[in-house]
Design a protein around this ligand. Structure first.
Ligand SMILES: Cc1cc2nc3c(=O)[nH]c(=O)nc-3n(C[C@H](O)[C@H](O)[C@H](O)COP(=O)(O)O)c2cc1C
Length: 345
């Protein structure tokens, strides 16, 4: 089955959901251009989710994807929060920040039954997950209205697990990809392989359609991924400069500079490995710090440093999420970018 048939789209191009850098405007532009636009919900309250879903529904009907993280929220631990703040103490001092005033908080929320209730009012055609899947009960609630369920696999083992747990298609996320690794069966970064190696192995291992993600930035990349057996692609980084995103000024500047060629997997921003452009905090505290609390609890302690630095035009403490191939980032409307990605098919 083609991706177009499975998801009801014209082009086999999924705009990757990117929490924190865009809302419904990007999804609407991509869905209306014939691709599949995605709304990332990991950083949205239920109220914000409702108004973004209403905006998409008004312009795209049900042809869009809604994306969630499905981690198990960790219990807050004063000891690990203290250890993390101690690692950041020199920076609080440098910026004159009183660390006792920083509220602790999660920063990112998983999929819950309340979210399923809200989604059932909108009945999106596609729901995608990162970090595995929520409970079987929640997955079957999403399927009740006929939604297709997607999730990311970073290894063959994860792809087989997702197939056994009822997804409709697998997003094979290569190591090049920007943002969080979707890894959920292992925390060992040596298990992570590149898109060119991962996609054909996953295609051979599972019967489900496979969507390639990671490092795909132009029409030739899309055609190559499909040549490896993928039925379509999920592209994130290339959309980051589109006018429909809310990518910050420091993030845009980094993506446009030569420093975008140097990315790393780092846990310093959230507690889980994610790929971003190497900056001061990654160099000095990371890239992988043993002092971080469990995902997503690392976020709040960094927030005031990020705010102070961005206030003076510096991205030294910002998560400058990017894949290894930022060469496709263009300041052009997302519809034009989407059609360009499909140009060689
Ligand atoms: C800025 C940014 C934020 C991301 N946030 C999410 C997210 O909220 N949910 C998700 O499933 N994937 C997220 N991802 C990962 C993408 O789904 C996808 O795997 C990745 O963008 C593909 O690689 P590429 O960036 O090289 O195109 C994010 C990626 C980026 C670049």
């Amino acid at each position: 089955m083609t991706l177009q048939e499975l998801l009801g789209v014209e082009l086999p191009i999924i705009q990757a959901p990117m929490a924190g850098v865009h809302l419904s405007a990007l999804a609407i532009a991509v869905s209306n251009a014939g691709g599949l636009g995605s709304l990332p919900c990991a950083m949205l309250s239920l109220d914000a989710m409702r108004s973004e879903l209403a905006a998409i529904k008004a312009q795209c009907g049900t042809r869009y994807n809604v994306n969630f993280f499905c981690h198990v929220p960790p219990a807050a631990s004063a000891v690990s929060e203290q250890r993390w703040r101690a690692a950041l103490a020199p920076y609080y001092k440098e910026f004159g920040i009183d660390a006792t005033t920083i509220p602790a908080g999660p920063g990112r929320a998983p999929f819950t039954s309340e979210t399923a209730d809200l989604l059932s009012e909108f009945k999106p055609a596609v729901v995608s997950f990162h970090f595995g899947l929520p409970s079987a009960e929640l997955v079957s609630r999403v399927k009740e209205w006929g939604a297709k369920v997607l999730s990311s696999a970073t290894t063959v083992e994860e792809a087989l697990w997702l197939e056994a747990h009822g997804v409709d298609a697998i997003i094979a996320q290569g190591n090049e990809a920007g943002g969080h690794r979707g890894m959920f069966l292992s925390t060992d970064l040596t298990t992570q392989v590149g898109t060119f190696a991962l996609v054909p192995q996953v295609v051979r291992a599972v019967k489900l359609p496979v969507i390639a993600a990671g490092g795909i930035a132009d029409a030739k990349g899309v055609a190559s991924a499909m040549g490896l057996g993928a039925v379509g692609v999920q592209v994130g980084t290339a959309y980051l400069l589109c006018p429909e995103t809310a990518t910050s000024a420091v993030h845009r500047a980094a993506l446009k500079s030569d420093s975008a060629r140097h990315t790393a997997l780092t846990n310093v921003f959230t507690g889980r490995p994610a790929r971003g452009i190497v900056n001061r905090i990654i160099r000095e505290v990371g890239p992988m710090s043993p002092a971080v609390p469990a995902f997503p609890l690392a976020t709040s302690a960094i927030a005031p440093l990020r705010a102070k630095a961005e206030g003076s035009g510096s991205g030294d403490f910002s998560p400058l999420w990017s894949g290894q191939n930022a060469s496709g980032c263009k300041e052009i409307p997302a519809a034009q970018l989407t059609r360009g990605l499909a140009a060689d098919l």
